[in-house]
Design a protein around this ligand. Structure first.
Ligand code: ZN
Length: 380
């Protein structure tokens, strides 16, 4: 069964702004919002307008862009924050409060009963103020919270009948796909509400957890470009896209403008002063590079043999790396043809042997291989 009902809440302008290297200017924020909207994400989440005067101005600026994506802002569970956020004209509020013992003790100091009372009051208040706004309530540090506490909180707020969506947050990146599946399916069954998953990547499970959430019936997943966020960040947009593409290529190609991903990843990397990692989903330097002779032969004959993702769906090209000791003569022959050289199979095999011998001694460049092939053609 493939997933068909889901929306991406792109949080590069909220969670991503919490990345160590991020100090977005208004112009950069505008560019990010514009590109993500063009890519086709359904929602953009912005830092709270309460964070600073510039943050408030930036929320108003992005609301003023009149994008296709709905604009949300992420706020604490209190009336003052909610009023200030509503005043900016956003389409939705993502309201959050910590429920784990650690956050209750060291962050806001409230008991579960007090959290329920506060959430009831704030959520009802917001809905009265703004009948049409998208309203989400999330616990924070959900997966270190007591499950009985969580259910009391979620059922109490769901019962109000004022919410569009519940959020679950793996704030410190400890959840496993199995745990996420369990909680999301439970909440879905008990409340019938849309569910949003926000997952950190401390133990490398952020994409798998987001996917498990969707399999369990979640409707929304939070992402950031390159996964940037607090510490090592959250579910990366490109990684989630890769996962969902494998699930339902046609739907993904229809829903999103996939060829913009490369530009978006590289643009944000530059803005926050990092490189796109070589092994990054889709857009990393080696993502579509084939090397070993046994792979390159098959890939040149039929790319699907060693590719699950078609680079051309993302406006990208595969690379066949032949300047090394693992090279194979089929790939070398392919390169000779690309260079317009007509070599016999024996000549190609001889050139391949020389590449291997040389590569055993030292690093060989692709330019040297091309030279060797040209020389072979001249020698005949
Ligand atoms: Zn987070």
């Amino acid at each position: 069964m493939s997933l068909t009902q889901f929306a991406i809440i792109e949080s590069t302008l909220r969670e991503g702004e919490q990345f160590a290297g991020a100090n977005f200017t208004p112009a950069q924020k505008m560019k990010i919002a514009e590109k993500l909207d063009e890519f086709g994400v359904e929602m953009l989440e912005l830092s709270s307008p309460v964070a600073s005067p510039q943050s408030e101005a930036d929320v108003r600026m992005i609301v003023g862009m009149k994008l296709r994506a709905r604009v949300l802002t992420h706020i604490r569970c209190n009336r003052d924050d909610a009023l200030r956020a509503l005043d900016t004209g956003v389409d939705g509020l993502d309201i959050v409060i910590g429920t784990s013992p650690a956050l209750r003790k060291h962050s806001h100091g409230k008991t579960i009963d007090e959290i329920i009372d506060l959430a009831r009051e704030v959520l009802t208040f917001v809905r009265r103020q703004a009948p049409n706004i998208i309203l989400r309530f999330s616990t924070e540090d959900t997966f270190r919270s007591n499950e009985a506490d969580l259910l009391r909180v979620y059922l109490a707020v769901a019962e109000l009948g004022v919410l569009d969506r519940l959020g679950v947050a793996d704030t410190v990146g400890i959840a496993t796909p199995r745990q996420v599946y369990h909680l999301v399916s439970l909440l879905r069954r008990l409340t019938g509400l849309d569910i949003e998953f926000h997952g950190h990547n401390d133990s490398g499970c952020a994409i798998a957890n987001a996917y498990a959430a969707l399999e369990a019936g979640a409707t929304h997943v939070d992402t950031t470009v390159l996964g940037i966020g607090e510490r090592n960040g959250i579910t990366p947009l490109g990684g989630l896209i890769a996962r969902l593409y494998l699930d339902n290529r046609e739907l993904l190609m229809k829903k999103y403008r996939l060829h913009l991903l490369y530009e978006i990843d590289h643009m944000v990397a530059e803005m926050v002063g990092v490189q796109v990692p070589f092994n990054n989903y889709i857009t990393g330097a080696t993502f579509f590079t084939h090397k070993a002779g046994i792979h390159t032969k098959a890939v040149l004959a039929a790319p699907e043999t060693y590719e699950s993702i078609n680079p051309s769906d993302f406006g990208l090209k595969r690379k066949v790396h032949i300047a090394h000791r693992l090279t194979g003569w089929n790939a070398v022959r392919n390169r000779a043809r690309e260079l317009g050289l007509s070599l016999t199979d024996e000549q190609v095999k001889a050139a391949t042997q020389r590449i291997k011998e040389l590569a055993d001694q030292r690093i060989v460049t692709p330019e040297e291989v091309d030279e060797m092939l040209r020389a072979q053609a001249i020698l005949g």
